[in-house]
Structures are given as structure tokens and as C-alpha cells.
Design a binder for this molecule. Structure first.
Ligand code: APR
Length: 312
């Protein structure tokens, strides 16, 4: 059986995800974008790499949303990316309109799909897609925690000069400055990171993780990160399609967990063929819980702005 992934937005993030999904042979991919020729050209380019990779996954491109018909997973990356000096929240109004329009098409053409939202400001855009599609919360999930966690792990590994794959960690909360890298749960080959790295260095790593996207925007000057986001999307797509049930952090709807209700925010979940199959409630210290609540309150404020944009 072949799986199908629709990726809406054939820009930097969408194309990187498409290429990863193709080369790992996870699914066939259809790229959709409003710019004529862009998804077709990138799809053709990726197709021509297939003989060298020795793979059979197909990538096609279209300017017609109908191309996502039958997709098992739809990845939503359409929208503006940040430029230097911008916060993710600065993108709210423009990207709200794009995500709203695209979500209507997902509801129409891929009503059974699981949607992974990537467009920023992430948590508010997941809420937008959820409202427009009317899909159950388990089938509308946001990609942020997988990326923020990868950044946190990378910085810990760099600090110690160890291989990246030795480091395990988790980042909770909203995708922005208020995210919560839970240092107490970070470990290097099973050894708590707090035993290996002095507190002031850990604090610097936490700050760098929070600013991880901004650091790249400042360097690139013309856009935002896409290699790690593309792979983080792929990790989630793979966990869904192959029903791997990976435990990772993702933006999902909380209904009382962690004392937080009716908010989309990043927490540990189990991701499988049904989408968000379980939300895990980690024991958190009072400080960690306060940080998560503050982060959730920030999202609640953005969700109110989204409600206003919907007209109530
Ligand atoms: N339908 C389909 N595609 C659209 C639409 C739409 N309504 N509106 C915009 N797009 C496309 C653009 O034409 C562009 O090709 O979305 C693509 C966005 O690509 P980039 O500008 O390269 O942005 P990218 O770096 O991929 O980031 C996309 O993901 O990480 C987030 O903050 C980032 O919100 C941004 C999104």
C-alpha cells in the first residue's frame, strides 16, 4: 500500500519536507502552491533525483488544491516566514487569512486526513485550522515541539562535544520565546544533563533554544529555518503513517491536562495512525508548571485575536 502526503506551500519548509519524505520512501507527495510553476518545478527536480537515490516514491506539483484528494496526511506550510526583527506573532493577520483559506480546501478535498500545521504563529494557526476544518482535535496537530526539542538536544550535544543522538530532551509550551525546555528531563545517554553541565551554561542553552528560530532568521536575513523544520515534519508524518506511536512534543488541544483547558499548546503526545492518540501528563515542578501556564495564557490571548478575525 502506498501512502499519500499533501504539502500545501511549496516554499522552503514545504519543499524540504517533501524531499525528506520522498527520499526516505515514506509516501508519495503532492506539493501545492499558488505560485504557478513552483510546485511543478520543485517536484520535477526531486523526481529527477529518484534514479540516483534508487527509490520509487513519486513527487508531483500542482496549483490546484484538488490534487490533495485522498491524502492520508496534509502538511500546511503555506504562509509568510519571518524576516529579521519580526516576531512570529507579527505574521498573525496575514497567515490567518492564508491558513483559513487553505483549511477550507483541506476540509473539501481531504476530509479524512490528519493535518500537521507548520505555519506561524504556530499555536494560533493550529487553532485556526481546527476551527475551519471541523476535524476532531486528534486530527489537527502542530509541528513545533519536535523542532524545538531537536534544537535543545543539538545545543546540549554541542556543549558537551558528544554525538547528537546521545541526547534526549523535551520542550513544552508555545512555539516562541515562552516555550519551556524542561531541563530536568534532559539526559545524555541516560545521565541527567544537570549532572554534566553547570547551571549557568544550562540557562544559556535554554535561552538559545528559545531564540533558536530567531538566531537563524538573523543569519539568513531573507527568511527562516527550513532544514530542521523539514525533518521534524517528516518525523511526525512517519510516526502517523507507519503507526510508530512516537512520544514527542507537539501542539495539541488541552482539555484540562496540566490544569489547562481549551487551549492549543505543546505537550508530550503519542502520535500514531489516529493522529494524537494520547496526551501524557508529566509530573512538573511548580516552576515548570507556572512556565507552561504562562505559555498557554499567551496562546489563549492569540486565540482570542483569531476569534476576532473570524468575527467572534
Ligand atoms: N496556498 C498555497 N500556498 C501558498 C498560499 C496559499 N494560499 N499562500 C502562500 N503560499 C505559499 C507561497 O507561495 C510560498 O511558496 O507558501 C510558501 C511559503 O514558503 P516560504 O516563503 O519559503 O516560507 P517557509 O520558509 O517555507 O515558511 C512557511 O512555515 O515555519 C513556518 O514561519 C514559517 O509561516 C512560515 C511557514
Amino acid at each position: 500500500m502506498r501512502f499519500k502526503v499533501g504539502i500545501i506551500g511549496a516554499g522552503n519548509v514545504g519543499a524540504e519536507a517533501a524531499s525528506e519524505i520522498q527520499t526516505r520512501q515514506i509516501a508519495d507527495v503532492v506539493l501545492v502552491d499558488i505560485i504557478e510553476g513552483l510546485p511543478q518545478g520543485k517536484a520535477l527536480d526531486m523526481t529527477q533525483a529518484s534514479p540516483i537515490y534508487g527509490i520509487s516514491s513519486r513527487v508531483t506539483g500542482s496549483n490546484n488544491y484538488q490534487a490533495i484528494e485522498g491524502a492520508d496526511v496534509v502538511v500546511l506550510t503555506a504562509g509568510l516566514a519571518r524576516k529579521p526583527g519580526m516576531s512570529r506573532e507579527d505574521l498573525l493577520i496575514t497567515n490567518f487569512n492564508i491558513v483559513k483559506g487553505v483549511s477550507e480546501k483541506i476540509r473539501e478535498f481531504a476530509p479524512q486526513s490528519i493535518v500537521i500545521v507548520v505555519t506561524n504563529p504556530l499555536d494560533a494557526m493550529v487553532y485556526t485550522a481546527y476551527r475551519v476544518t471541523g476535524f476532531p482535535p486528534a486530527r489537527v496537530v502542530g509541528m513545533a515541539g519536535a523542532l524545538d526539542t531537536a534544537r535543545f538536544r543539538a545545543f546540549i550535544a554541542m556543549e558537551l562535544g558528544v554525538s547528537f543522538d546521545c541526547v534526549q530532551a523535551i520542550v513544552l509550551g508555545s512555539h516562541g520565546d515562552l516555550m519551556v525546555p524542561v531541563v530536568r528531563y534532559a539526559a545524555v545517554s541516560g545521565i541527567p544533563a544537570t549532572e554534566l553541565i553547570p547551571r549557568d551554561r544550562l540557562d544559556a542553552i535554554i535561552n538559545r533554544t528559545r531564540q533558536g528560530g530567531g538566531e537563524i532568521v538573523a543569519l539568513l536575513k531573507t527568511g527562516s529555518a527550513y532544514y530542521a523544520p523539514g525533518v521534524a515534519i517528516t518525523e511526525m508524518v512517519e510516526s502517523i503513517l507507519w503507526d510508530e506511536k512516537r512520544l514527542l512534543s507537539a501542539c495539541t488541544f488541552l482539555n484540562g491536562q496540566y490544569g489547562i483547558k481549551d487551549v492549543f499548546v505543546g505537550v508530550p503526545i503519542i502520535l500514531g495512525k489516529e493522529g494524537v492518540e494520547k496526551i501524557l501528563e508529566l509530573p512538573l515542578s511548580p516552576d515548570e508548571l507556572t512556565a507552561l501556564s504562562t505559555s498557554a495564557q499567551h496562546v489563549r490571548d492569540l486565540m482570542k485575536q483569531v476569534d476576532t478575525l473570524f468575527g467572534g
